[in-house]
Design a protein around this ligand. Structure first.
Ligand SMILES: [Zn+2]
Length: 269
């Protein structure tokens, strides 16, 4: 079974040009969740993924994992009601050193900061059935820092989250998707069971759980791009090529209708 793992950062109608690739508008996010529901996807958490790996549970027919990096307050406030409305779960990865403050680590790269959720907000996510994971303490490129610092970043974030939430925290996302063999081994040593990267492909139960791939979703993704990532992990030009073939049968009518509209619009210029 191919498991798409989606990576979101910001959900907001306030789209900053330098953060376009990591933002989805509220409307786009709502449409994407509706499409997933229409297509029969069922969200699972990383705890459930591990249970399935260990044979303690069975994967749903069409499993998907929805993740959010950085715990941006707007992303949480805007996504939670939409997810709850369709009965979906998601995973929020928290950079513990910035909880309740601004995302200052973004300044060098995008010259932009967002308000990061507070601890009460993160606790309420956890108690409402969403999964909370770690995203290090200070959001460094873990592959560029010495091993002892890397270990501190990962164990520190895990311990802080466990103290606040009062239960084990087993999952993390590598900041910037930056990892290598030694970072991966240090994640294991730091007590993590799963960790996610930014490699855009499907996850499988047989994958190394400490380097699970994810698809980034941003403003560049039209609904067609979104759908094509779910089906073939490829660009829409590929899905258009196969649209009349075998793939067509797999696509539910509401989505086919949308694709037809999209194709006509494109062809009509
Ligand atoms: Zn991040």
């Amino acid at each position: 079974v191919k498991i798409p793992i989606l990576m979101y950062h910001q959900i907001s109608d306030d789209v900053h040009p330098q953060f376009r690739n990591y933002t989805a508008t509220v409307k786009a996010f709502r449409e994407q969740m509706k499409i997933l529901k229409t297509l029969g996807y069922e969200t699972i958490t990383f705890d459930q993924l591990l249970d399935c790996r260990e044979g303690k549970a069975k994967l749903p027919q069409k499993p998907i994992i929805i993740t959010f990096d950085d715990a941006i307050e707007d992303a949480i406030n805007n996504s939670v009601p939409i997810l709850e409305n369709v009965g979906f779960k998601a995973v929020y990865y928290v950079t513990t050193g910035y909880v309740g403050t601004k995302s200052d680590w973004m300044i060098p790269e995008v010259n932009l900061v967002f308000q990061i959720a507070s601890w009460p907000k993160i606790k309420s996510l956890d108690s409402s059935g969403f999964e909370v994971g770690s995203h290090s303490v200070t959001h460094p490129h873990l592959s560029d820092v010495p091993a002892d610092e890397c270990l501190r970043e990962m164990t520190g974030a895990r311990q802080t989250l466990e103290d606040v939430l009062g239960h084990e925290v087993r999952h993390m996302a590598y900041p910037h998707g930056a990892f290598n063999k030694s970072v991966r081994d240090l994640a294991y040593e730091s007590g993590y069971y799963t960790a996610t990267t930014c490699e855009p492909t499907f996850a499988k139960l047989s994958d190394d759980p400490l380097s699970l791939p994810r698809f980034n979703i941003g403003m560049e993704d039209t609904l067609l791009d979104f759908i094509s990532k779910l089906y073939i992990a490829k660009s829409p030009t590929v899905i258009l090529k196969y649209y009349d073939g075998a793939l067509k049968k797999k696509i539910p009518a509401p989505v086919r209708k949308f694709i037809r509209k999209y194709i006509l619009k494109r062809k009509g210029g």
